[in-house]
Write a protein that binds this ligand. Structure first.
Ligand SMILES: [Fe+2]
Length: 300
């Protein structure tokens, strides 16, 4: 059961602990990285042997498993990395030597993992406070198993994310989510238009990024649109991505509408300037989608 965090500096909630006060974390959430401690490294839920069984079950659900293997550089893109010709559970069994990167999604279908996700979601909502917590949707839980020295290339995500280290060590570089010289406005618009690999790594980003080492029992908050990349240490790594989606009016729908408006020669403002305009764009986008669907069904 979640121990409620108080605004007077108590920072423990179940398996999760803040390094500073709630107020500090609340200011940083969605704006800049901050560290969190946890006890999940003491749980046997994330032993590699157990994850082999989790992978076998995830493999029955299309879309809930992704894996690749090979020599990967920071600037590489997903989709260019070879996919091993073997089932995911065998990739994990060989993880020490396969140069692989495996993602297992929706592990919370098992109640033992659902309890981890629920406790985490309560913790982040408590940190966020009532206003931001209202916009934290669809908590999601990914398990990432990766080989020694494996690199996760430069990318950014739409979700508000925590990267949680459970086994092994990794170095993480995280850029300022608001620095449009790293992830440009066009990169974000391309991302929401379907280019999941939008954004291009340049060596000078390394000096701009915050550099951290994650060890078992530590986690870091990676804000939405903050470019990041990861380099595993000398051992097998098990980490978790625990994340939330934002409603469409915060980013996705606004960027999609802006993309259309720019093609019409207009210069729309990015999200976050005027709330009412963001919401209006989202309503317009969702309505257009619904009309498109109805027309498609009528014609089909
Ligand atoms: Fe990521």
């Amino acid at each position: 059961m979640l121990k409620r965090m108080q605004p007077d500096g108590q920072t423990q909630a179940g398996n999760w602990r803040l390094e500073g006060t709630i107020q500090e974390a609340r200011q940083k959430l969605h704006n800049e990285p901050f560290l969190v401690s946890h006890d999940l490294d003491k749980s046997d839920l994330f032993d590699v042997r157990r994850l082999v069984e989790v992978a076998k079950s995830a493999a029955h659900r299309p879309g809930d498993v992704y894996y690749d293997a090979g020599d990967v550089a920071i600037g590489d893109k997903w989709g260019q990395i070879p996919v091993p010709d073997m089932p995911v559970d065998q990739v994990i069994e060989r993880i020490e030597h396969s140069g692989a990167w495996v993602i297992l999604k929706q592990v919370e279908k098992d109640p033992a993992y659902a309890a981890v996700l629920n406790e985490f979601a309560d913790f982040v909502r408590a940190v966020a406070g009532p206003e931001l917590a209202r916009d934290l949707r669809k908590p999601e839980f990914l398990v990432i198993v990766s080989s020694p020295n494996r690199i996760t290339p430069f990318h950014f995500d739409a979700e508000i994310n925590f990267l949680v280290q459970v086994r092994g060590e990794k170095k993480v570089w995280i850029c300022d989510p608001h620095d449009r010289s790293i992830i440009t406005q066009s990169d974000i618009e391309a991302y929401y238009s379907g280019v999941g690999t939008a954004g291009k790594w340049r060596p000078e980003f390394e000096s701009k990024a915050r550099h951290l080492v994650l060890k078992p029992g530590s986690a870091v908050h990676i804000p939405t649109h903050a470019a990041h990349w990861v380099h595993n240490g000398a051992g097998v790594s098990v980490s978790l991505s625990l994340n939330f989606e934002f409603p469409g009016w915060r980013n996705r729908d606004v960027y999609l509408v802006n993309n259309v408006l720019k093609k019409l020669g207009m210069r729309p403002s990015p999200p976050g300037k005027v709330h009412a305009i963001d919401v209006a764009k989202s309503v317009a986008w969702q309505s257009a989608k619904r009309v498109g669907k109805v027309l498609g069904q009528t014609r089909g």
